[in-house]
Write a protein that binds this ligand. Sequence first.
Ligand SMILES: Cc1cc2nc3c(=O)[nH]c(=O)nc-3n(C[C@H](O)[C@H](O)[C@H](O)COP(=O)(O)O)c2cc1C
Length: 205
Amino acid sequence: MSEFTEAMRFRHACKRFRDEKIPQEQFDEILEFGRMSPSSFGMEPWRFIVVTDDALKARMRPLCWNQAQITECSHLLVIAADNESVLPGSDYVERMFKRRGLPQEALEHYLEVYKNHMTPRFHSREAVEAWTHKQCYIAAANMMTGAASLRIDSCPIEGFEKAEVERLLALEKAFSVALLVAFGFRLDEQPSHHRLPLDAIVERR
Ligand SMILES: Cc1cc2nc3c(=O)[nH]c(=O)nc-3n(C[C@H](O)[C@H](O)[C@H](O)COP(=O)(O)O)c2cc1C
């Protein structure tokens, strides 16, 4: 079995964590898995807010369907999206293309393609968030599977009151919370995975 398959099998949405902290270097490696994730046009619209403060976790828990993972995990990661830097015409967008070291003409071409592609899609704040949050989920997936490769557990959490969590964290208006991921070490053995068979989800043409 490949190491990747092993990590996929190890990973479960862990509901209960034991009282053990993830060593700093290992958590930094998990953050690195997020940092290295792909994003559309390479915009990296994610920002990672690492919550380890027990008092803050305790205030977050009632806003997150009172889920035990929020307070029991070692590190609670809030994946926030930046919904303003990515707007066509911003300095950020230009910087993200410029770092590729493109000749001026190619840079202008990329900026134009980005503007023409994104402007009609970014017709509302919700539409911008739909796009930035998709990128955040890719980073989350890599961090969870990457953590599993280190035998560290995780739970993705969409069960939270978005506006209230954003208010509690005093996020600037550019930012929105895409999802939370709790990381730590499992308290119990994990149940078997339930998955549809490949035949049910794959169509070959
Ligand atoms: C985007 C997303 C949001 C989720 N939100 C929650 C959540 O709020 N609480 C929870 O306990 N599990 C949550 N889950 C976990 C799923 O229920 C779980 O992944 C699924 O049932 C399959 O189980 P497994 O991951 O253990 O194989 C979420 C999963 C995803 C992908």
